[in-house]
Design a protein around this ligand. Structure first.
Ligand SMILES: Cc1cc2nc3c(=O)[nH]c(=O)nc-3n(C[C@H](O)[C@H](O)[C@H](O)COP(=O)(O)O)c2cc1C
Length: 178
């Protein structure tokens, strides 16, 4: 039974890569800011290695999250599917932060735009039209996160299901009181 829950977690994450409408495509990435306060934002799941439990996102190398992860590699990823009332909370460490010119060059122009504003993300501007772009100069990077804990929670009757899986226990898992 525990094993089924871990398998289901992986299945849902894989499904989010294939199906753009899967609620797990968008998730919350929380990091620790330089003064220790939590910082959360929505990101898109770009890759998932189900064997090694590595999750990938794309971002701008100048963004706050990158600066924060340089200081503290710990992060938490929160996935929620309102149709299944399923929540996954995944604790991770950043293991790789790499630019990928090949991948960047393959992106369609509108997507490239997300990574090549002249002014860095979060900089104050007069309005949306004041943002300038340089398509030659991308700040596109891939961030890879290694999961070390997965918590599964599904609300259902008669019994809610809550379980925790740890890398250090070989992902065998244990049930928790919901
Ligand atoms: C639907 C949605 C999807 C997003 N996807 C990403 C993403 O994949 N990567 C990313 O860096 N930011 C993404 N963002 C923007 C972030 O939520 C965030 O505002 C931005 O990355 C700056 O965050 P930071 O200053 O904390 O680094 C997305 C925002 C929304 C609303």
């Amino acid at each position: 039974m525990l094993d089924t829950l871990l398998k289901d977690s992986k299945k849902q994450l894989k499904s989010a890569l294939k199906h753009k409408k899967h609620p797990f495509r968008y998730f919350t990435l929380s990091t620790l800011s330089l003064n220790g306060a939590p910082q959360s934002r929505t990101v898109v799941l770009r890759d998932f290695d189900s064997e090694n439990l590595i999750l990938t996102i794309f971002t701008d190398s100048r963004s706050k999250k990158v600066e924060e992860l340089k200081e503290d590699k710990r992060a938490e990823l929160l996935f929620y599917d309102p149709n299944q009332l399923l929540q996954l909370t995944i604790k991770v460490n950043l293991t790789e932060s790499k630019s990928s010119p090949e991948k960047f060059n393959q992106l369609p122009e509108p997507t490239k735009k997300d990574y090549c504003s002249l002014q860095g993300p979060g900089v104050s501007v007069k309005g949306p039209d004041a943002v300038k772009y340089d398509f030659e100069k991308g700040y596109f990077i891939k961030l890879k996160f290694q999961a070390y804990q997965i918590e599964y929670l599904k609300l259902k009757r008669p019994n809610h299901l809550r379980a925790k899986f740890l890398i250090e226990d070989g992902w065998q898992g244990e049930f928790l009181v919901p």
